[in-house]
Ligand binder design. Structure first.
Ligand SMILES: NC(=O)C1=CN([C@@H]2O[C@H](COP(=O)(O)OP(=O)(O)OC[C@H]3O[C@@H](n4cnc5c(N)ncnc54)[C@H](OP(=O)(O)O)[C@@H]3O)[C@@H](O)[C@H]2O)C=CC1
Ligand SMILES: N[C@@H](CCC(=O)N[C@@H](CSC=O)C(=O)NCC(=O)O)C(=O)O
Ligand SMILES: [Zn+2]
Ligand SMILES: [Zn+2]
Length: 379
C-alpha cells in the first residue's frame, strides 16, 4: 500500500485549548509502531464526554489534543507483531482496551484493562510514550487512546475491534461508546431482571440506551427523568413508560420517585454526570435491595455523598465503564445484534454533518433535539 510506513498528512480537528473552537488542521500522522494500528476514520459521532474534556473539567484533559472516541473506519496499516487485524479490515476503535492478558482481563470480574491505560490517560502511545500526531512539528496529544476527530488515527492493537465488513460504518460508529454503555449498564452491571421497576436520570443517548436495555430485560416500569419535557415523546420509542420532570415538583426528586413506586425502584441509572442527581438516584432506590448505577462522568473536584444509612439499609451503589462490555470480544457481537435488528442504532442519530462542521456539531449537543450527530470524516 502506498502510504504504508509513510507519514500521512491529513485533516484533523485540533483542540488547542480548553473551550476554544476546534481548528481543522493539516496533521502529520506517523506510521504505526509495534503493536499499533493506523486507522482511516470514515465516520465519528460526538459523545458528551468529548464536550466534557474539551470544557477543561476533565482532570486527564491535555491540550493540544485530538478528541473523539465513538467512530468506525478501515485499517490502513499495522505495526510489527499485529496479528488480529490487517489492512482493509473494518474496525471500531475502543477506548476501553481488552488485552486478554493483564490481571484485569484475566480476572473475569471487570471489563477494565490495564495494558495501555497508563499511556492513554496521558495522551501518548505505550511503546515510546510519544504521540503519533503533530502539526508543523508540534506534538498533539491523543485522547482516550482513540482520537477519532481525524482522517487517520493510530491506536493500540488491544484497542480496536474487527467488525463485519457489511455493517454500515455511518451507523455502527455509535457502537464505540454511548449505546453499548447504556445497554451494558443494564445487562452487565445491574443485571436487571424481568418485572423490575427502573428509573433513568437523563434522557440523552446513554439514558435512552439504558431504557432500551431495560425494556429488553423485561422491566415492568421504566421511569424517565429529565429537565427537558421535549425528551419525553422520543423516549417512549426507547421503552420509557412514565416521565418525570423535576421542575414540575416541589419535593426532592428522590421523594417523588419513592412516592410513585411504593417505596422506591429496583434499579436506577444516573446518565447525566451531576453528583446531586447521583445522590437522588441512590436515594430513590428501594430499601433492602435497590441498586443504583453511576454512568455519568462528573467534573474534576466533584464528589458524591449520601448518608451511610442508605447503604446500611441495603441500597447498593455501583458504576460502569463502557457498560461492562469486553470491547474487542463484544463490540463485534453488538454489531451483529444491530444487523439482526435486535438493538437500535439508527434511532439515536438525529444529525449528520462533516468533520469541517465539528464546531456546529458541538453547538447542537447543547440543544434539546440532538442525540447523536455523526460526522462524515473524509470528503
Ligand atoms: N461511564 C461511561 O462509560 C460513559 C459515560 N458517559 C457519560 O454519560 C453521561 C451522558 O452522556 P450522553 O447521553 O452522551 O449525554 P447527554 O447530555 O446527551 O444526556 C444527558 C441528559 O440529561 C439531561 N439533564 C441535564 N441535567 C439534568 C438534571 N438535573 N435532571 C435530569 N436530566 C438532566 C440533559 O438535558 P439537557 O440536554 O437539556 O442538558 C440530557 O438530556 C455524560 O456524563 C457522559 O460523559 C458517556 C458514555 C460512556
Ligand atoms: N478522564 C476522565 C475519565 C472519564 C471516564 O470515566 N470515562 C469513562 C468513559 S466515558 C465515555 O464516554 C471510562 O470508561 N472510564 C474508565 C477509564 O478507565 O477511564 C476523568 O478523570 O474524569
Ligand atoms: Zn463516550
Ligand atoms: Zn487487559
Amino acid at each position: 500500500m502506498a502510504t504504508q510506513g509513510q507519514v500521512i498528512t491529513c485533516k484533523a480537528a485540533v483542540a488547542w485549548e480548553a473551550n476554544k473552537p476546534l481548528l481543522i488542521e493539516e496533521v502529520q500522522v506517523a506510521p504505526p509502531q509495534a503493536g499499533e494500528v493506523r486507522v482511516k476514520i470514515l465516520f465519528t459521532a460526538l459523545c458528551h464526554t468529548d464536550a466534557y474534556t474539551w470544557s477543561g473539567k476533565d482532570p486527564e484533559g491535555l491540550f493540544p489534543c485530538i478528541l473523539g472516541h465513538e467512530a468506525a473506519g478501515i485499517v490502513e496499516s499495522v505495526g510489527e507483531g499485529v496479528t488480529e487485524v490487517q489492512p482493509g479490515d473494518h474496525v471500531i476503535p475502543c477506548y476501553q482496551a481488552e488485552c486478554r492478558e493483564c490481571k484485569f482481563c484475566k480476572s473475569g470480574k471487570t471489563n477494565l484493562c490495564g495494558k495501555v491505560r497508563a499511556a492513554t490517560g496521558v495522551g501518548v502511545m505505550m511503546n515510546d510514550r510519544k504521540s503519533r500526531f503533530s502539526v508543523k512539528g508540534a506534538s498533539i496529544y491523543h485522547f482516550m487512546g482513540t482520537s477519532t476527530f481525524s482522517e487517520y488515527t493510530v491506536v493500540h492493537d488491544v484497542s480496536v475491534a474487527k467488525i463485519d465488513p457489511k455493517a454500515p460504518l455511518e451507523k455502527v460508529c455509535l457502537l464505540g461508546c454511548g449505546v453499548p454503555t447504556g445497554l451494558g449498564a443494564v445487562w452487565n452491571t445491574a443485571k436487571v431482571e424481568a418485572g423490575s421497576i427502573v428509573a433513568v436520570f437523563g434522557l440523552g443517548t446513554v439514558g435512552l440506551a439504558v431504557a432500551e436495555g431495560a425494556k429488553t430485560a423485561g422491566a415492568s416500569r421504566i421511569i424517565g427523568i429529565d429537565i427537558d419535557s421535549k425528551k419525553f415523546e422520543i423516549a417512549k420509542n426507547f421503552g420509557v413508560t412514565e416521565f418525570v420532570n423535576p421542575k414540575d415538583h416541589d419535593k426532592p426528586i428522590q421523594q417523588v420517585i419513592v412516592d410513585l413506586t411504593d417505596g422506591g425502584v429496583d434499579y436506577s441509572f444516573e446518565c447525566i454526570g451531576n453528583v446531586s442527581i447521583m445522590r437522588a438516584a441512590l436515594e430513590c432506590c428501594h430499601k433492602g435491595w435497590g441498586t443504583s448505577v453511576i454512568v455519568g462522568v462528573a467534573a474534576s473536584g466533584q464528589e458524591i455523598s449520601t448518608r451511610p444509612f442508605q447503604l446500611v439499609t441495603g441500597r447498593v451503589w455501583k458504576g460502569t465503564a463502557f457498560g461492562g462490555f469486553k470491547s474487542r470480544s463484544q463490540v463485534p457481537w453488538l454489531v451483529e445484534k444491530y444487523m439482526k435488528k435486535e438493538i437500535k442504532v439508527d434511532e439515536y442519530i438525529t444529525h449528520n454533518l462533516t468533520l469541517a462542521e465539528i464546531n456546529e456539531a458541538f453547538d447542537l449537543m447543547h440543544e434539546g433535539g440532538c442525540l447523536r450527530c455523526v460526522l462524515k470524516v473524509h470528503g
